[in-house]
Design a protein. Structure first.
Length: 184
């Protein structure tokens, strides 16, 4: 699902902030999924006229250098991949984006509740409910090896209007209508 999700996030960002051209992407290169995701993000970015500035964050002490790299690289937007380091430091990331007036996108809602601009990703509630169904089947004797791998089926678009106003953005009505949650 990585290529589709990266493409959708970048499309949403470009619709909200048409002038955006360079997105700082905070990722952990030690995670092979994030490395694959970087290629997907770069390919999706090219489609909508964005450039990805890949910035490595392996540990919390990497944030000051990462933020300096985003600034030096003239990023005009920010995306932080969901991973343990970024998730534990979500407020630090959101605060940097707000302080530097960078529209920010994320994979999960918690970053948006903390002040990020928007998130688009799979619904944790739906994923947990579907996981519970699988656990129930296993407890009733189903063999996990015989069960199909399930992809997420429900995705959530969460938008923070307070942050949009702080950044001086007017969110198109079409996006407001498509948002699953709008934080005032």
């Amino acid at each position: 699902m990585l290529p589709e999700l990266a493409g959708k996030r970048q499309q949403l960002l470009k619709e909200m902030v048409p002038k955006v051209s360079r997105v700082a992407l905070l990722l952990n290169p030690a995670n092979p999924i994030e490395v694959m995701g970087l290629r997907d993000a770069q390919a999706a970015a090219a489609v909508v006229g964005l450039e990805i500035l890949s910035i490595e964050v392996r540990a919390p002490e990497d944030f000051p250098a990462a933020f300096a790299a985003a600034t030096a690289g003239r990023a005009d937007a920010l995306h932080a991949n969901v991973n343990p380091v970024n998730s534990r430091n979500y407020q630090l990331i959101v605060d940097f984006a707000l302080k530097n007036r960078l529209p920010s996108s994320f994979d999960e809602r918690s970053f948006v509740v903390a002040g990020g601009l928007f998130s688009y990703g799979s619904s944790f509630i739906d994923t947990y409910q579907r996981s519970a169904i699988s656990v129930d089947k296993i407890l009733k004797g189903a063999k996990p090896a015989d069960m199909p791998i399930q992809q997420p089926t429900k995705f959530e678009f969460v938008l923070n209007l307070k942050t949009a106003k702080t950044l001086g953005l007017t969110i198109p009505r079409s996006l407001l209508l498509h948002a699953d949650e709008v934080i005032q």
